[in-house]
Design a protein around this ligand. Sequence first.
Ligand code: AMP
Length: 283
Amino acid sequence: MKRIKYTEDLQRQCAEWRAKGLKVGLVPTMGYFHDGHLALMDHARSMCDKLVVTLFVNPTQFGPNEDLDAYPHDIERDSQLAWDHGADLLFAPAPEAMYAPDHATWVEVPELAQNLCGASRPTHFRGVCTVVMKLFMLTLPHVAVFGQKDWQQLAILKRMVRDLNIPVDIQGHPIVREKDGLALSSRNAYLTPEEREHAPFIRKALLEARRLAQQGETDALVIKDFIRQRLGQTMPMAEPDYIEMVDPNSIQPIMAVADSALIAVAVRLGKARLIDNILIKVD
Ligand code: AMP
């Protein structure tokens, strides 16, 4: 595996592979790998000849008071893990290699970015779309894999690719969890032992809410209220940022469960902001 940091090297190598008719897969990440990232790599690896993993803590997707400077990192460990999981290239650029000082071009999908994480992080998805678009242009991948943990991000990127006719197959990968149900996240490293003990209650509340819906409760307000109450009982130190029910594709709020619905939550727990979601399908 090669570790590179310049855009020109990434572009040259990927163009060479493409010219040889090789299928290129891309897994964009911000590093500090856990089993969720590694599952994405394994999935991409199984579908392509050459696997590119990118590790870039993208400054444009962080707001002014967010954790850009504190974001956990360990590039040596990450390199070893990417190598172990079949990466052919690890692209780990400095911010200056990705953004010119007078960078002025942005990609946005505003309709899908208004709710959920976009409501409290108004420039987040613009940063995500722009950096992913740049990574697509540098790599020209046949397939790119993203996690369903960031469901809204996945929906936005799918829409971006469709609307702009980008020839890449976007694949969503199911959420990888700890045994106790907590969705893996690099930000779980911020949790104190006590917070870590409480964190799985997010998943438990979502599972209970799905059961409620499957038993016939369709009213979004009732289901959201139920989750709020359960979180209040089981993790009183947590502050919900949002508890929402949306259409899984358009990310627009829905008032009642129809064929399918996505319940998504974000919870502040100490220094961490944890997100999770669950898809409800009703026959
Ligand atoms: P990040 O490094 O947090 O930006 O995540 C990089 C990619 O890994 C994104 O596509 C995430 O959705 C995905 N990802 C992060 N955590 C998980 C998880 N627990 N399960 C599945 N995918 C994940």
